[in-house]
Design a protein around this ligand. Structure first.
Ligand SMILES: Cc1cc2nc3c(=O)[nH]c(=O)nc-3n(C[C@H](O)[C@H](O)[C@H](O)COP(=O)(O)O)c2cc1C
Length: 206
């Protein structure tokens, strides 16, 4: 039983900052819901040389997530840059280390939502979002997308999908999160927070 306030874990990997910018908007959306906190965390890069070791505290951005951050969360927003139409290896590496949570059913009936950033408009956002959820469905989590009551889903000419929010960062990764992407990310944060709140009694057997 956690003594801290309930929180949505906003867990991301970001090499160039685009996914991180989206994560910060989702966290802001979570915190708009009374009684729910956002916990922003990242994962370390994986190295091609097994001797390479990074400091425990990253140079910038959120601190690294622990298994405990994931175990105790009331909901999860998970974000990765798209890499060849899939999530980045550091995030997959972290997820592959969660067998103990699976064995104990720690994430069952908690909402999960996904976000991503690509260089190009049709560079695989939806494939990344959907495949990122697969391991979380194995964990028993409940998939929360973004409903079409959000007008931005129709109005956008950049990021934003019903499978989760997204950002088009451009070829040089220098395009800022635009107003529609930002508003969809905020809405996604609010939605996962509301669902996390609503599902708590179910998990606690009330
Ligand atoms: C190895 C690798 C593979 C990538 N694959 C894709 C891709 O399939 N589609 C795409 O649009 N962008 C692709 N990109 C670009 C990143 O998705 C894009 O720059 C993203 O916005 C980076 O997010 P970040 O700033 O959070 O690191 C790839 C980048 C790398 C390094």
């Amino acid at each position: 039983m956690s003594l801290s306030r309930p929180y949505v874990l906003v867990l991301y990997y970001s090499r160039f900052g685009a996914t991180r910018a989206l994560a910060e908007q989702i966290a802001a959306g979570v915190e708009e819901i009374a009684g729910m906190d956002a916990r922003l965390r990242t994962v370390p890069p994986v190295s091609t040389t097994c001797e390479s070791v990074d400091p425990d505290i990253p140079g910038e951005g959120a601190i690294y997530a622990s298994l405990e951050d994931l175990r105790q969360c009331a909901g999860l927003a998970i974000g990765s840059p798209t890499r060849f139409g899939n999530m980045a290896a550091p995030l997959k590496y972290f997820i592959d280390g969660t067998s103990e949570l699976w064995l104990n059913g720690a994430l069952i009936d908690k909402p999960a939502t996904a976000f991503t950033s690509t260089a190009s408009l049709h560079g695989g956002q939806e494939a990344t979002l959907l495949t990122m959820l697969i391991p979380l469905l194995h964990q028993g989590m409940v998939y929360a997308g973004v409903p079409y009551s959000e007008n931005g889903l129709v109005a956008t000419s950049s990021g934003g999908t019903p499978y989760g929010t997204s950002h088009v960062a451009g070829e040089r990764s220098d395009r800022n999160v635009d107003d529609i992407e930002r508003s969809l990310a905020r809405a996604q944060g609010r939605r996962v927070a509301r669902l996390a709140m609503a599902l708590r009694p179910l998990r606690e057997g009330a």
